[in-house]
Design a protein around this ligand. Structure first.
Ligand code: ATP
Length: 235
């Protein structure tokens, strides 16, 4: 059974049909990418999985459980973390407080401490800046903080990342993606939205191409990287 199975999903904003019958699945432990140009419906898809938008029809099944009827907080509790576009850290709170916010549903203090240690091991730069106000961090550091906060989510089974490269200098993008791969290797499955198709296809094992709310191509990343249509349109 797939870890996540999206079937014939439709999502609209009033008259705008943002997602028009998309289906895809991912296995546990995988990194899967959704690529496609602006407005293709990628963010809407993630927001619907998180319960932030309502599906008009279709189903989203995570580990055997239907998500479309659940509230966002219930979806987080299942171990699905969403890192939205533009990062959105709590600017006036410290790094440490931001990370603890990610754990607000984990009751056990020992668990929180252990998870914090894990995050600080992955991001030594955040450990150095533990007491610093998040709003004063660089863009790259804020992206790392957003990833760290997602890792504090209950078990962090599935992490959904919306354009983690957005607005970052190339060298920082490389650093962030190295960490994304590391998070995946440590067992968290990753659903990645990325405008930079090359970056997406060299990180994910499988990918889906979205165009105006529909999936137009899908397959192994290595095959898509070599596909002439993908090369012409996205690389
Ligand atoms: P981007 O990378 O620009 O976010 P995307 O592929 O993630 O692109 P979506 O943000 O999901 O695309 O947008 C899909 C469509 O839905 C677009 O036509 C967009 O204008 C529209 N849309 C998105 N959010 C809203 C909203 N809150 N209200 C109305 N229309 C929206």
């Amino acid at each position: 059974m797939s870890m996540l199975e999206v079937k014939d999903l439709h999502v609209s904003y009033g008259a705008i049909k943002a997602v028009q019958g998309i289906s895809f699945e991912m296995e546990q432990g995988e990194t899967v990418a959704l690529i496609g140009s602006n407005g293709a419906g990628k963010s809407t898809t993630l927001r619907t999985i998180s319960g932030l938008e309502k599906a008009k029809s279709g189903s989203i099944v995570f580990q055997g459980q239907e998500l479309t009827k659940l509230k966002p907080h219930q979806i987080v509790e299942l171990g699905i973390a969403h890192v939205p576009e533009g990062r959105r850290v709590f600017a006036r709170m410290s790094v440490d407080e931001n990370l603890r916010m990610g754990a607000n549903i984990i009751k056990d203090r020992a668990q929180i401490k252990q998870d914090l240690e894990r995050v600080y091991d992955i991001f030594p730069r955040l450990r150095e800046r533990m007491k610093q106000q998040a709003g004063t961090l660089s863009g790259g550091e804020q992206q790392m903080l957003a990833l760290g906060r997602a890792l504090m989510t209950n078990g962090s089974l599935l992490m959904m990342l919306d354009e983690p490269s957005m607005g970052l200098a190339p060298i920082i993008v490389e650093e962030v993606f190295k960490i994304i791969r590391q998070i995946n290797e440590s067992g968290t499955s990753i659903l990645l939205i990325e405008q930079n198709a090359f970056l997406a296809l060299t990180t994910a094992s499988h990918a889906y191409v979205l165009e105006t709310g529909k999936i137009t191509m899908q397959g192994k990343s290595s095959d898509l990287l070599a596909d002439k249509r993908v090369k012409d349109a996205y690389l």
